[in-house]
Design a binder for this molecule. Structure first.
Ligand SMILES: *[C@@H]1O[C@H](CO)[C@@H](O)[C@H](O)[C@H]1NC(C)=O
Ligand SMILES: *[C@@H]1O[C@H](CO)[C@@H](O)[C@H](O)[C@H]1NC(C)=O
Ligand SMILES: *[C@@H]1O[C@H](CO)[C@@H](O)[C@H](O)[C@H]1NC(C)=O
Ligand SMILES: *[C@@H]1O[C@H](CO)[C@@H](O)[C@H](O)[C@H]1NC(C)=O
Ligand SMILES: [Cu+2]
Length: 714
């Protein structure tokens, strides 16, 4: 029986593996030793299965939160083209996505009910003006619009990036400067860093910086900067407004051994080979994705969708009560709201590198297809994004999210009992989780976003950083040539290459709805108590003191190791059998805080990183921590500004914001591509369940796990 089921999968796999073998290991690859090593890893008789579940885009929405369909996007485009302000020329579309219905409408909606009106939220740009519009698809017209909402501009479109690159390449002065450094123009790759905002000089027009690299001899051009050459391009006039060129004496790093592609490796790794490895699921995965977007797994149900700006959005996350079996609300909506990456170098070619990658470039827009079996394991389900290009037409971003079950060999709970007490007990339960993953590749950097759901009710949000450092060219080849190492803005990571010190901050919008919308935020502070003489042999102990935040001011949290607290979102009107309010706590992981001057322009724009935790009153206009229009913004529309209103937040519909931070001092191992560095934080039930919700979880039994072996051994 077991053998038969293994064999069934085997045939399919065999075919797929042959295909893969041709793809991964081209027959004419150089390096004899290495290719025979590779071939040893292809075992044509292995009995397992490769099963890629390809998503199908819905033709009609099936849930009020479902993204706009291709038909709906086309309809919005048609409505916009007859809209009076756009009658002369169609604007550039920088964002076009579902305008979600009011929360209460979504929460009341049940399968089979009529839909709340389908609306689109559009950010368009025409003749120097930003138009923020709402289009009602049922009424067939624009129902609300504003122009120039705040200082900033919309997310760059792919067209903008193409324009910037083309304008730069056709500039004679740039051409001359690049040729003067001995770089052949056909081997030049340019990137388009956003300019940030640094006062009046670049205000009132959309600009982008352009910097170029030599791609001669390597696809990893990031490691070969043409240092000091920065071109400022006006995106709308399509012209160069400034060229700063002060790095001519700096050599372009050689870029030897920087090609990271598997096919370019000529030597095997210096280690014992690891055999093929994968998780077995003899009966296939246990999750379902219904109607394209509803994910159902174990005790969890949630809505999942791709988003051009946020990457992925989790909505209506509900967990089944371990006693009653009823579904209970945990989180109405969760997503990465902004990503701030300031580089620590005041030079002319570096000072502006203070990216707000999400509002400036988009985490979904920069997401590319995941690599099966490597980005996501076997049995993953892949979901496509349907996004909108600058001309207002839909396009598919294929396989941009994957969903899979993870068994990493961990234990979800266990105990063994010492026989001295009269019991011979060894109980352990395997930990299986469900992961939702997408990876944004914002230029050189890759951000791996994981939302991991556990059966004990915990949600772990994890971000992994990989890809390429943004490096700076230098004339130094060795630290012994450097008169004063502290004068460099980062360590030497290769000859003529400095890895500039920088930070990464990812701010999450977490609209917690614990058993309903009206929640409170409580700090549970550990306080050191001292005993009075004679009371106890102890001198000191800790007590937990609960403080419920009344206003937004009370909920701005800076983490402190020596003044620790837990941070609970509770529903004060939903009490457990014991009278405790039901809740979830946010549990910070390894993190970092921004140390920039609070008045430094990048920090003003990213003031949402001034605290690690904030709680705000729910407001459907307050989704993007760095503001709706982030590009070149001055910081008047950030989470920090909203929180200043100091609204009451006790027993209200509230939103929790958490910022995860990384300080990054590069090192040699980050060159030429970084091994993933990650951090996470948890949303963990606290007095939410009556007791351990996975007490009755099943152990693994040998009989349920047939072992796949090479077919020749049967
Ligand atoms: C919007 O900004 C543009 C460019 O700065 C300006 O010409 C226009 O008058 C502004 N429109 C409004 C309504 O403020
Ligand atoms: C750069 O300048 C050289 C010499 O003037 C010219 O031959 C070449 O076509 C130019 N390249 C581009 C891309 O404009
Ligand atoms: C939440 O509280 C408000 C009063 O602050 C009340 O009007 C509203 O009905 C409550 N909502 C729910 C879902 O209980
Ligand atoms: C909701 O947010 C917008 C944008 O920040 C703001 O203008 C509006 O006053 C807010 N509404 C409330 C009730 O706070
Ligand atoms: Cu980094």
């Amino acid at each position: 029986m077991e053998t038969a089921s293994c064999l069934r999968f085997c045939v399919l796999l065999f075919i797929v593996l042959i295909f893969f073998a041709r793809y991964w290991y081209p027959p004419n690859k150089p390096g004899f030793l290495w290719s025979s090593y590779n071939n040893a890893r292809i075992h044509p008789n292995l009995a397992c299965v490769l099963e890629t579940q390809i998503s199908k885009l819905n033709e009609t929405p099936l849930h009020p939160l479902d993204p706009l369909t291709a038909q709906e996007i086309n309809k919005v485009r048609a409505i916009l083209s007859t809209y009076a302000p756009f009658s002369k020329s169609f604007p550039q579309i920088h964002s076009l996505s579902l305008d979600e219905p009011e929360k209460s409408r979504v929460m009341d909606w049940k399968m089979g009910d009529a839909f709340p009106p389908r609306k689109a939220s559009v950010i368009a740009f025409l003749d120097g003006e930003t138009h923020v519009l709402t289009v009602d698809l049922d009424l067939g017209r624009v129902t609300s619009y504003v122009t120039n909402r705040s200082s900033g501009y919309p997310m760059l479109s792919m067209d903008d990036i193409a324009v910037a690159s083309q304008v730069t390449r056709s500039n004679q002065e740039v051409n001359k400067s690049i040729m003067a450094r001995g770089v052949d123009f056909s081997n030049v790759a340019c990137i388009t860093p956003s300019p940030g905002w640094f006062g009046p000089e670049e205000e009132d027009r959309r600009v982008v910086k352009v910097q170029c690299f030599s791609s001669q001899g390597t696809p990893n051009f990031y490691m070969r900067p043409i240092e000091g050459l920065t071109v400022t391009v006006d995106l709308d006039k399509r012209e160069v407004v400034k060229i700063s060129d002060n790095g001519r004496g700096i050599p372009i790093p050689k870029g030897t051994n920087t090609d990271y592609r598997f096919t370019a490796q000529e030597m095997p790794p210096e280690m014992e080979p690891i055999g093929p490895i994968s998780m077995e699921q003899p009966e296939g995965p246990s999750f379902r994705i219904e109607d394209g977007h509803m994910v159902k797994w174990a005790n969890w149900v949630f809505h999942l969708k791709p988003d051009q700006r946020a990457g992925l959005v989790i909505s209506r996350a509900m967990v089944r009560d371990s006693e009653s079996g009823g579904l209970r609300s945990v989180m109405y909506k969760g997503f990465a709201s902004e990503l701030f990456v300031p580089y620590m170098d005041p030079d002319e070619a570096w000072y502006f590198k203070t990216f707000m990658d999400e509002g400036e470039f988009g985490l979904g827009a920069t997401t590319m297809s995941l690599v099966p079996l490597n980005d996501c394991p076997r049995h993953s389900h892949y979901m496509d994004g349907l996004f909108v290009s600058a001309d207002g037409r839909p396009y598919v971003q294929p396989n941009m999210i994957c969903v899979f079950e993870r068994y990493a060999g961990d234990v979800s709970w266990r105990h063994s009992e010492n026989p001295v007490n009269g019991f011979e007990i060894r109980e352990a339960r395997p930990k299986v989780t469900l992961v939702v993953r997408s990876v944004a590749t914002v230029g050189n950097y890759d951000y791996i976003f994981d939302w991991e759901f556990q059966t004990d009710g915990l949600i772990r949000i994890k971000v992994g950083l990989s890809g390429m450092l943004m490096v700076k060219g230098t004339s130094y080849e060795n630290v012994n040539q450097v008169p004063n190492e502290y004068e460099m803005t980062g360590p030497l990571v290769s000859e003529n290459v400095i890895g500039v010190v920088h930070d990464h901050y990812i701010t999450f919008h977490l609209d917690m709805d614990i058993d309903g919308s009206n929640n409170s935020f409580a700090k549970v502070n550990l306080v050191k108590e001292k005993t009075v003489p004679g009371q106890s042999p102890r001198k000191s102990y800790l007590k937990a003191k609960r403080n419920v935040a009344k206003t937004e001011d009370d909920a701005r949290i800076k983490l402190k190791l020596y003044d620790p607290s837990e941070f609970h979102v509770v529903n004060p009107s939903q009490r457990s059998r014991l009278g405790n309010p039901t809740g979830y706590k946010v549990v910070p992981g390894a993190t970092a805080a921004s140390l920039l001057d609070l008045q430094d322009p990048p920090q003003l724009r990213s003031a949402f990183t001034n605290n690690q935790i904030w709680v705000t009153l729910y407001n459907r206009s307050e989704y993007w921590a760095g503001g709706l229009l982030t590009y070149q913004s001055k910081g008047e529309d950030t989470l920090a500004v909203w929180s200043e209103r100091n609204r009451p937040i006790e027993n209200k519909d509230i939103v929790l914001w958490y910022t995860m931070g990384f300080h990054h001092i590069p090192c040699q191992e980050d060159y030429p591509i970084m091994p993933t560095v990650s951090s996470s934080f948890d949303l963990k039930p606290v007095n939410f369940f009556a007791s351990n919700p996975i007490l009755r979880a099943m152990p693994n039994f040998e009989k349920d796990l047939p072992v796949c072996r090479p077919a020749s051994s049967y």
